[in-house]
Design a protein around this ligand. Structure first.
Ligand SMILES: [Zn+2]
Length: 87
């Protein structure tokens, strides 16, 4: 795994049970690694024993132009994208 994704939190990909899916348009914010305006919000389904019901949704910000990804926030339950974002 790229060191760009090593925050000392361990490898969370073992908790991910789905392919990543975009839940935002292009964010109006520069990538902290490459400086490009190419960041997107991403959801994945996750399983983790610390989550109520053991299942939840992970959110992180990833860059389309370089390997940068933020630390992932995991919340219990299924987070549905807003209807206008799902189109
Ligand atoms: Zn980048």
């Amino acid at each position: 795994m790229s060191s760009l994704r090593d925050y000392g939190l361990g490898d969370s990909t073992e908790n991910v049970t789905s392919k990543p899916r975009l839940v935002s348009g292009q964010l109006d914010e520069a990538c902290p690694n490459c400086g490009g305006i190419a960041l997107f919000g991403i959801h994945v389904d996750v399983e983790h024993p610390n989550l109520k019901g053991s299942k939840g949704t992970g959110f992180y910000v990833g860059c389309a132009a370089c390997p940068y990804a933020s630390p992932m926030l995991m919340t219990a339950g299924t987070v549905k994208p807003k209807e206008e974002d799902a189109k």
